[in-house]
Ligand binder design. Structure first.
Ligand SMILES: NC(=O)c1ccc[n+]([C@@H]2O[C@H](COP(=O)([O-])OP(=O)(O)OC[C@H]3O[C@@H](n4cnc5c(N)ncnc54)[C@H](OP(=O)(O)O)[C@@H]3O)[C@@H](O)[C@H]2O)c1
Length: 176
């Protein structure tokens, strides 16, 4: 049995997820959700997202996907392709007793991981900024919405936001 692959993403109303290799909003409530969805698990991320975070996050494992064989940073595992990253993450998740393999971006990695995703934990951020990296709306033919919670902006949030959970429909694995 494989451990479910969960895409974790925060997306503006216009589909934007990033600009100039940075996040574009300040949203402490979403950082807390990100933490609760990734702690104790092996996260998979692209090299650019890793560099925008700048360090391994405590309490979880980081697997960086890169074609650069010389990329070597203390405290992170690396993989030369997405399939090899997901295979390594499966092994690590089983060893750690983790309930999911979080895929945490960015745009290139989400695009390639979408056909493998079992779950999408999406935060819809209610703003429409300019950006250079996008995330598509989950296709309702392949993903069913299983939960939705709307929140006003808290004291440390720039915008209001909605947490939306999706599960892959049976027999649609391999489809975006
Ligand atoms: N809103 C959110 O939830 C969220 C989450 C994460 C990131 N982001 C944003 O997304 C943006 C970054 O996304 P991005 O698309 O530019 O970059 P990315 O997906 O983070 O990383 C791209 C890099 O991953 C490696 N890679 C990709 N596909 C590969 C493959 N098949 N095999 C081996 N290596 C592969 C390459 O690294 P090498 O060049 O080293 O080979 C590539 O340059 C930033 O703006 C960031 O803030 C947003």
């Amino acid at each position: 049995m494989s451990v479910p692959v969960a895409i974790i993403v925060a997306v503006a109303d216009n589909g934007v997820i990033g600009r100039d290799n940075q996040l574009i909003w300040r949203l402490r409530s979403d950082l807390q959700r990100f933490k609760s969805l990734t702690l104790g698990r092996p996260m998979v991320m692209g090299r650019k997202t890793y560099q925008s975070i700048g360090k391994p996050l405590p309490g979880r494992e980081t697997i960086v996907v890169t074609r650069d064989p010389t990329f070597n940073t203390e405290g992170v595992l690396t993989a030369p392709s997405l399939p090899s990253a997901l295979a390594l993450a499966q092994e690590r998740a089983k060893a750690m007793g983790a309930d999911s393999v979080p895929v945490v971006g960015g745009g290139e990695i989400y695009r390639q991981a979408m056909p493998e995703a079992d779950l999408i934990r999406l935060t819809r951020v209610h703003c429409a900024p300019e950006g250079d990296t996008l995330f598509p709306d989950p296709d309702p033919a392949h993903f069913v919405e299983t939960g939705r919670e709307s929140h006003p902006a808290g004291p440390h949030d720039e915008f209001s936001f909605t947490f939306i959970d999706y599960s892959r429909r049976p027999a649609t694995k391999g489809h975006v």
